[in-house]
Design a protein around this ligand. Structure first.
Ligand code: SAH
Ligand code: SF4
Ligand code: F3S
Length: 486
C-alpha cells in the first residue's frame, strides 16, 4: 500500500484501491469436469472480499474457478461505482466479453457489486449487455439467478438487506498469498458523505456477529495465515448488541452484551500473538481513544491507521457532510501521536476540486498534509456521482484542469512526505512479516512492518509467514530496504 496512488491519467498506477484496475482470480481449479467460473473484481477490498464469498456460494453449486475467461461458462464482473472512471472501465470490459459471447453464446455474463446495484436492470433490459445483475446483498440468490439466466429468463436481484452479513459463509480465498487475508466485519454505510455513492450501492450499515469473525480469524490462523485485516466502510461504528439469543450466546462465552470496535479488535487480537490484526477504514468522527488504547495494549494489532481526511478545509468538509471539522481531525491525529507515538503509520484519502472549493481552501488541504505528514495517501479528483447529495445540491463547478492541477499538488506533497517519513526509519529495526518474493527479484523477499510499510531484503531461505527483524538502511518514497538482524 505504500505506493502513491492517484486517478490522474498521466499518473495512472495500478494499485489495490484503484477502481479502474480489475483483478482476476488466480486460483485455477483442478476439476476438469466442473462448470467454470471466472470472476474479476474492481473497487475496494470489500468487493474483493465479496468475490471470495461469491466463489464459495458457487463452488457449493458445483462450479470450479478458472483464471482464464476463455474457459469460463460463467463470467462475473464484481464492479465499483465510486468514480465515473470505474464504470467506464467495466463497460469497456463488458464490450470485450460480449465479443466472446458472439462466438460462444452459451456463456453467461453477469455484473455484481456496486454498478449492478446502481444501474439495476438497466444493463440487462435497456442496454442488453449482460445476462445477470446481482447486487451486493443478493449473492445467496446467485445459483438460482444463474440458472434463470441460462434458461433465458431475467437474472436480476438488487434487493438491499438490513441483515445480510454472509456471516456463516466461509470465503474461498482467491488471489491469496497464504499469509494475509481480509475479513468483512460489517456491510453498508450509514454516513451520507455528499460525494459518495456507497450508501446507495451498499445499503444500511450492519455489523457481523463477533463470534463468526473470531472463528474466521482462528480458521485462517490454523491454516497458516498470519495477518487479518478487518474490513468495513467505517469500522469505528461496529456494534453488535442484538436479540436475546445473541446476548445469551455472547454472555455464555464471557463476552460483554455489547461489542464495540475496540472490544472486537481485542477479541481478534487474542486469537494468537502471532496473528497480526489490521483494520480499514477508520472514520475521523468515530475513532475513539478506547480503540487507540486497545491498539497500544496488543503488540499484534498493527500500528497503522487509515484515517481519510478528504479535505483540510472546514467549509468544504461541511459541504461534504463529513460531520467533523479541521480542528476535530487534527485533535484525532494528535491523539494517535500521543497514545501510539510518532511511528504509528497514518494514511488518508483526499479529494481535490470538490464543488465550490476555492484555491485558498485547497491550500488548507496542503497545510493539513504538512501538519499530519501522512505516510501514504489515496488521492482523487472529485467525480460527480448521479443520485448523491452533492449531485443534487451543488454544481460540479471546478474545471477539470483546475481539479487536475490541485490533485497534482496534493500528489507531489504526498511524495515528499512519504519520502521524509520513510527516511526517519533508516537505522531502525522493525519486525517484518514475510509475504513472498519481492516483485522485482526472486533474490529478495518482501513483507511489511507494523506501520504497513513495505520492506525489501535479501532472501535467505525464509518462509512466507515468518517474522524477521529487519534493520532499514535505505528507502524510496514507496519502500524500505534493509537486512535481517538477530
Ligand atoms: N468509507 C471510506 C471510503 C470509501 S470510498 C471513508 O469514509 O473514508 C474511498 C474513497 O474514494 C473515499 O475516501 C474518497 O476519498 C473517494 N471518493 C468517494 N467518492 C468520490 C467521488 N465522488 N469522487 C472522487 N473521489 C471519491
Ligand atoms: Fe462513503 Fe462517507 Fe460512507 Fe465512506 S463514510 S463509504 S465516504 S458515505
Ligand atoms: Fe467501489 Fe462499491 Fe467499494 S462503489 S469503492 S466497490 S463499496
Amino acid at each position: 500500500m505504500t505506493e502513491v496512488i492517484a486517478d490522474l491519467e498521466i499518473l495512472d498506477q495500478k494499485n489495490d484501491q484503484d477502481e479502474s484496475c480489475g483483478v482476476r482470480i488466480s486460483k485455477e481449479g483442478t476439476d476438469d469436469k466442473a462448470r467454470k467460473l471466472y470472476i474479476e473484481s474492481y473497487g475496494c477490498q470489500m468487493n474483493f472480499s465479496d468475490s471470495e464469498i461469491v466463489t464459495s456460494i458457487l463452488e457449493k453449486e458445483g462450479f470450479d474457478t478458472t483464471s482464464s475467461f476463455e474457459k469460463a461458462d460463467v463470467i462475473l464482473l464484481n464492479t465499483c461505482s465510486i468514480r465515473e472512471k470505474a464504470e467506464i472501465t467495466v463497460r469497456k470490459r463488458l464490450t470485450q466479453f460480449n465479443k466472446i459471447k458472439e462466438e460462444k453464446p452459451e456463456i453467461t455474463i453477469g455484473v455484481l457489486g456496486c454498478m449492478a446495484e446502481r444501474l439495476k436492470s438497466k444493463l440487462l433490459e435497456e442496454e442488453k449487455i449482460v445476462d445477470l445483475v446481482v447486487g451486493p446483498d443478493a449473492y445467496r440468490d446467485l445459483p438460482n439467478l444463474v440458472k434463470k439466466a441460462e434458461d433465458g429468463e431475467k437474472g436480476v436481484n438488487t434487493f438491499l438487506s438490513r441483515e445480510e452479513t454472509y456471516a456463516d459463509i466461509s470465503p474461498v480465498r482467491l488471489n491469496s498469498n497464504g499469509v494475509t487475508a481480509f475479513i468483512s466485519i460489517m456491510r453498508g454505510c450509514d454516513n451520507m458523505c455528499s460525494f459518495c455513492v456507497v450508501p446507495f450501492t451498499r445499503g444500511r450499515e450492519r455489523s457481523r456477529d463477533p463470534l463468526s469473525i473470531v472463528k474466521e480469524a482462528q480458521d485462517l490462523f490454523d491454516r497458516g495465515y498470519r495477518e487479518v485485516t478487518l474490513l468495513g466502510q467505517n469500522v469505528d461504528s461496529y456494534k453488535w448488541s442484538d436479540e436475546e439469543n445473541n446476548k445469551a450466546r455472547l454472555e455464555k462465552q464471557g463476552i460483554a452484551e455489547i461489542v464495540n470496535f475496540a472490544n472486537l479488535l481485542e477479541m481478534v487480537a487474542q486469537v494468537s500473538p502471532e496473528l497480526r490484526v489490521r483494520f480499514s477504514t477508520s472514520h475521523p468522527k468515530d475513532i475513539t481513544d478506547e480503540v487507540l488504547h486497545t491498539m497500544k495494549k496488543y503488540e499484534n494489532i498493527c500500528k497503522y491507521i487509515h484515517l481519510p481526511a478528504q479535505s483540510g478545509n472546514t467549509r468544504v468538509l461541511e459541504l461534504m457532510n463529513r460531520t467533523y471539522d479541521r480542528d476535530w481531525y487534527i485533535n484525532r491525529v494528535d491523539a494517535i501521536r500521543n497514545i501510539l507515538g510518532q511511528e504509528c503509520g497514518i494514511s488518508s484519502d483526499m479529494i481535490a476540486g470538490f464543488c465550490t472549493e476555492t484555491e485558498e481552501e485547497h491550500q488548507d488541504t496542503l497545510s493539513l498534509m504538512d501538519y499530519v505528514k501522512y505516510d501514504f495517501s489515496y488521492m482523487f479528483f472529485y467525480s460527480e456521482r448521479p443520485g448523491t447529495l452533492a449531485a443534487k445540491k451543488y454544481e460540479d463547478d471546478i474545471p477539470l484542469d483546475t481539479k487536475k492541477k490541485r490533485l497534482t499538488e496534493i500528489i507531489n506533497k504526498q511524495q515528499e512526505h512519504s519520502l521524509e517519513r520513510n527516511k526517519l526509519d533508516i537505522g531502525k529495526t522493525f519486525k517484518v512479516l514475510i509475504e513472498g518474493y519481492s516483485k522485482r527479484s526472486k533474490d529478495d523477499v518482501q513483507g511489511r512492518n507494523s506501520a504497513n510499510k513495505v520492506v525489501i531484503f535479501r532472501d535467505n531461505n525464509y518462509q512466507k509467514g515468518q517474522y524477521v527483524n529487519v534493520k532499514v538502511n535505505d528507502c524510496t518514497a514507496a519502500t524500505l530496504f534493509g537486512e535481517v538482524v538477530a
